[in-house]
Design a protein around this ligand. Structure first.
Ligand code: ASP
Length: 395
């Protein structure tokens, strides 16, 4: 009975209940949106102090800039490998399924294209000119950049000074983890409301209208999440990825319902270290980093979406252009923020790389929220696996 009423089981039930309520009681679910919003706000409330403290503590406990460089390089190597595999899976599946639609649909979903992203603007956006602005605006990547500088500098302080900073941030980190534990108890209610709202608002019909595209994205995500990533993790990390999934699935479910890797972060750190057997230093460093730079689901989706758009416009993209897609999709997934819809904005970069009109985004916008839920779940699952794999290499 206790097992049946565990937060994990209730959360799974809440997903189904949310879909059902969204279909049959849309008015009620629209009215109960505040419940999901409240859950999201409580999660978001934790992100900044938690990212700051956990990354700081993780780096300082690594003990030296050398150890950090070591772990950092491995992390980036692993992220790059999995992202490249994700885009490849996406391209393989989309070439097989070859989804398309009539592009007159664009008119129905006319959407002002978001401003184009360039490499230079992306690079500059990583650096905080003003730390407090970054903190108040929740710019996670900028905060990460600052904390990394701050922690590495702290490593060079004399022992007593370093210790006092470390004590302070460890205490902050532990207190945030306790709040995260409380918020996690609300997951079933939050998830029920978030999912019910999306279904009530978006309806399921649009999914059907673009079924070949939706199918290609879902199939590729499924392959990546259940075959590619687990095989790699088992090989490199020497653990059973499916047992690990059972331990940390709560974070994946929250990622699915919130469509935000960042909002899921407090929960991923908590479950990976409390239940998944990942050391605090690994979870505290790898997960915040992964939540912003390692997005397998997003990378894969970008590749499929641009191929789908090209097909619908009757533009054939050959091998050379698919290489361009490979590179830009990888880069776009690194640049995408861990918030709902970020992947759609980054599409502009890829569309312009292959010379497609930016308005074409209108074609896929209608189903974006639902696909966002799935790709975010895979983003977070990829991060959780990365933390466990890299944990093995932490001395
Ligand atoms: N929503 C995704 C995330 O937070 C990013 C995206 O839109 O692809 O991970």
């Amino acid at each position: 009975m206790k097992r049946l009423l565990s937060t994990e089981t209730l959360t799974v039930a809440a997903i189904f209940a949310g879909v059902a309520a969204g279909v049959w009681l849309p008015e009620t679910m629209l009215a109960f949106k505040w419940m999901g919003d409240l859950f999201l706000m409580l999660l978001k409330m934790l992100i900044i102090p938690l990212v700051f403290a956990s990354v700081f503590v993780a780096i300082v406990s690594l003990g030296s800039g050398e150890a950090l460089k070591n772990l950092g390089l491995k992390a980036f190597g692993y992220y790059f490998l999995t992202t490249a595999l994700a885009v490849t899976t996406g391209l393989l599946v989309v070439n097989l399924i070859d989804p398309s639609t009539s592009h007159t649909l664009v008119a129905d979903h006319a959407l002002k294209p978001p401003p184009e992203q360039t490499f230079a603007s992306l690079l500059l956006s990583f650096v905080p000119a003003n730390l407090f602005a970054a903190l108040t605006q929740g710019k996670i990547v900028q905060i990460l950049v600052f904390v990394i500088f701050f922690a590495v500098a702290t490593l060079q302080l004399e022992a007593t000074k370093r210790q006092s900073l470390q004590n302070f941030f460890e205490a902050l980190n532990d207190a945030m983890a306790i709040i995260a534990g409380w918020v996690i108890k609300l997951t079933p209610l939050g998830v029920f409301s978030l999912i019910g709202y999306v279904v009530a608002k978006e309806g399921l019909q649009t999914l059907w209208d673009l079924k070949s595209y939706v199918l290609a994205v879902l199939l590729a995500l499924l392959l990546h999440a259940t075959l590619v990533l687990p095989a790699l993790a088992a090989f490199l990390g020497r653990f059973n990825p499916f047992d690990y999934f059972r331990q940390v699935r709560e974070a994946v479910l929250i990622a699915f319902s919130t469509a935000s890797s960042s909002a899921t972060l407090p929960v991923s750190i908590e479950v990976a270290s409390q239940k998944g057997g990942v050391r605090k230093e690994s979870a505290g460093f790898i997960l915040p980093l992964g939540a912003t730079v390692n997005m397998d689901g997003t990378a894969l989706y970008e590749a499929i979406a641009v191929m789908f758009i090209a097909n619908s416009y009757g533009v054939a993209l050959g091998f050379g252009q698919q290489i361009a897609i490979f590179l830009t999709a990888t880069f776009a997934s690194v640049g995408a923020a861990g918030i709902p819809g970020a992947g759609l904005v980054m599409m502009t970069m890829i569309l312009s790389a292959v010379g497609l009109p930016l308005e074409a985004i209108g074609l896929i916008a209608a189903v974006d929220r639902v696909l966002d839920m799935f790709r975010t779940a895979i983003n977070v699952w990829g991060d959780l696996l990365a933390a466990k794999v890299l944990n093995r290499f932490l001395r």
